[in-house]
Design a protein around this ligand. Structure first.
Ligand code: TXA
Ligand code: MG
Length: 343
């Protein structure tokens, strides 16, 4: 039995007591919900992998609430990291740094490095402070499913496998943190809430790691499987000029509908004004010009197609790989397991 409690002071205290006792708890962050355990306790961390069905070669991110916790986790903080910490913490930026022996190797899948971030969400911060330990936490979804942006999403995936979900409402960014590897030439391992453009101001030589090949090296970029964040309905993504994309979406939807298939469309408000398909199930992500809103709605929208009335095929548009669009496009590519058609 999994309880969902509003994230007030008494329930945060309860959650902190569970963390100290070696249990796992789901909690809101500003990106997505996390499934947390005491990052210094290997047995507690093992429960995260078990609850999610996550393979042990996929490392976790350690969450801290105060900068003095960093010395416990990272052996060395390069100058480039200090500048970024000053600029972007607390917030959706994970830094890959050399790991100390205090962090069990299970946390970072045996790598010599560890991912660290300081979440901006007040509930996450309060929980880490009340627990008095850094909290290792992946997204609180079943492995390879879409990340949760509400407590209900967590419940849908993990009911019965964890004791408690702190409900702090829908998350703000809606996509996971940006992951930046500073162990050599700065590399963006995962685009997220902090954009590559923002990072380039401090890191002009930033490299962006291509995450979309199925043979992504497991040791360099663990957890970067192509099929990740996936909904249970097959998704095809269309990319190109807006009018060509709309034409392709319309044509494909009409062909599938004519063949007796049930079709879902994940569109922008601008698309919907131009695509009139009364028998398709259409969900809007918001206006094309408002990428933060699109990102915030993305995972809920994908999950909504798993609820009746079910569809056989999901068709969606891609987004330009700029600003937050890079993260939105990346997550859609993963949800589509690479099924992208350039039109
Ligand atoms: O926004 C977020 O980052 C959310 C919230 C809960 O904080 N967490 C999250 O965790 O997205 P998760 O487990 O879903 O993604 C963690 C990913 C791993 O799959 C891996 O790609 C990368 O972070 N990662 C973690 N530690 C790493 C390391 N030492 N080296 C390289 N990549 C690492
Ligand atoms: Mg995840």
């Amino acid at each position: 039995m999994t309880r969902i409690l509003p994230a007030d002071q008494p329930s945060i205290a309860q959650a902190a007591a569970l963390i100290r006792a070696g249990e796992v708890v789901a909690f809101p962050t500003e990106t997505v919900y996390g499934l947390g355990a005491n990052a210094l306790d290997a047995a507690a961390v093992a429960k995260i992998f078990a609850a999610k069905g996550r393979p042990s070669n996929d490392p976790l991110i350690v969450h801290i609430a105060d900068l003095d916790q960093l010395a416990l986790i990272a052996k060395h903080v390069p100058d480039s990291a200090a500048v970024l910490i000053e600029a972007f913490w607390a917030g959706p930026l994970t830094l890959i740094l050399p790991r100390t022996v205090a962090i069990p190797s299970l946390v970072s899948a045996g790598l010599p490095t560890v991912g660290v971030r300081m979440p901006a969400h007040p509930v996450a911060q309060a929980l880490i402070r009340a627990a008095g330990v850094p909290i290792a936490a992946p997204s609180a979804n079943r492995f390879a499913h879409t990340s949760p942006t509400t407590a209900q999403h967590v419940y849908d995936d993990l009911n019965g496998t964890i004791p408690l979900i702190l409900d702090g409402g829908a998350t703000h960014y809606g996509v996971e943190s940006t992951i930046l590897d500073l162990s050599g030439t700065p590399r963006l391992l995962r685009p997220g809430g902090i954009t590559a453009e923002e990072l380039r101001f401090w890191l002009p030589d930033l490299q962006i790691v291509e995450r979309h090949s199925d043979d992504a090296q497991p040791m360099i970029a663990p957890g970067m499987l192509l099929k990740h964040y996936a909904p249970t309905v097959p998704l095809t993504l269309f990319e190109g000029e807006p009018s060509a994309v709309r034409q392709a979406l319309r044509d494909r939807a009409e062909a599938l509908l004519a063949a007796g298939q049930r079709v879902g469309l994940l569109l922008t408000a601008e698309d919907i004004a131009e695509i009139d398909l009364p028998t398709a199930r259409i969900v809007s992500l918001g206006s094309q010009s408002d990428l933060p809103t699109i990102a915030r709605h993305l995972y809920s929208a994908l999950r909504s197609f798993e609820q009746p009335p079910l569809v056989d095929h999901l068709l969606a548009r891609s987004f330009p790989a700029q600003g937050l669009g890079l993260a939105i496009r990346d997550r859609l590519m993963r949800a589509a397991a690479g099924h992208m058609e350039i039109v």
